[in-house]
Design a binder for this molecule. Structure first.
Ligand code: SAM
Length: 321
């Protein structure tokens, strides 16, 4: 029955999330005994055996001999290039989305994204960005830059001043700062806890001297120097805040500067699309198609908005005339 598959998927994804975030899975990168994993994790051997069996049934582990397990070929990439961090974040964000979707059948659900608990907001923010300390993030960010030709050209040309409106935990921006030593950046967000986290990560990654964070409204942030590029995290901006934010993005850019923004709309045939619509619209945020986003940018005065496919999410890029 269909509901059986849903029940199984929910439990297996919780199992994988726990195995990743606890570090349990890392002990199974190579063939390991139940006893060895128990010693490394300080879990009872019987529990380790039960968890290994459950993970094997989910296809995560495989075993050739009793009491010995290793990551399956399908899941082996999970422990390469820092993918475990990235996928732990994705699964944690999915768990928060699941809880929020469940609550949407009550009249009081929704409202303001900023009113989520700090833990939920952090999990969602980390799940829509890159884990910036990982080689996976570096490779993904290089691909993103390559897919947005004018952005890649700007990075190749030399010094770039970059502003991110709605920077959250700033995974993408911190990754770019590591990749491009001639990039300097400013990140603005309404959520002070996310900014604190981004600031600490900038220090840990050794890029704090080239980035500044501001806690406040993207619509009113001001700076005496113009920026070469503005990234707008549009799918976290409610309808009422968009025109003023875009007007400020325009104001902050130099003539010829780039506005880059991601597209959340997955296409009507993708089953995740109506879930995004239900969730984001409960926060008053429209889920716009690429065409609608281009129109919004044109109405704000930006020139030649163009869609770029991007390796995971598409982007729209436009210029201040
Ligand atoms: C989750 S982040 C997007 C991820 C980000 N691009 C990254 O790579 O980490 C989007 C952020 O936009 C912020 N936001 C929404 N409206 C805002 C506004 N008017 N001013 C400043 N930040 C805003 C939200 O608080 C949220 O943290």
């Amino acid at each position: 029955m269909a509901i059986g598959s849903l029940m199984l998927a929910e439990q297996q994804s919780a199992l994988l999330r726990g195995a990743l975030t606890s570090g349990f899975l890392a002990h199974l990168a190579r063939e390991s005994t139940v006893k060895g994993v128990a010693a490394a994790t300080q879990l009872a051997p019987d529990r380790v055996q039960d968890l290994c069996l459950a993970l094997s049934a989910a296809g995560v582990l495989e075993s050739d001999s009793p009491g010995q397990y290793r990551l399956s070929t399908t899941y082996a990439p999970l422990l390469q290039h820092g993918a475990d961090k990235q996928f732990a974040n994705l699964l944690a964000g999915t768990a928060v989305r699941a809880r929020l979707l469940e609550r949407m059948f009550t009249p009081e659900a929704g409202g303001n994204y900023q009113d989520l608990t700090g833990a939920d907001r952090l999990a969602l923010a980390a799940s829509v960005t890159l884990a910036p300390s990982t080689p996976l993030a570096m490779a993904a960010m290089s691909q993103v830059a390559q897919s947005i030709t004018p952005w890649q050209e700007m990075l190749n040309a030399g010094d770039v001043r970059y502003l991110e409106l709605g920077c959250g935990v700033s995974g993408a921006m911190l990754t770019m700062l590591q990749l491009h030593p001639r990039l300097t950046a400013v990140g603005i967000d309404l959520a002070g806890d996310l900014i604190d986290r981004a600031r600490a990560e900038a220090v840990a990654l050794g890029v704090a001297d080239r980035v500044r964070f501001g806690h406040g409204d993207a619509a009113t942030f001001s700076d005496p120097e113009p920026f070469d590029a503005v990234f707008w995290s549009q799918y976290f901006f409610p309808a009422g805040s968009r025109a003023l934010t875009l007007a400020n993005a325009y104001e902050r850019l130099r003539s010829g500067g780039l506005l880059v923004t991601p597209v959340l709309h997955a296409g009507p045939a993708d089953p995740v699309h109506p879930l995004n619509v239900a969730l984001y619209q409960s926060w008053g945020i429209p889920v716009l198609t690429t065409e609608e986003l281009c129109t919004e940018l044109e109405e704000a005065g930006f020139a030649a908005p163009t869609a770029c496919p991007g390796p995971v999410t598409p982007f729209v890029v436009a210029r201040r005339p």
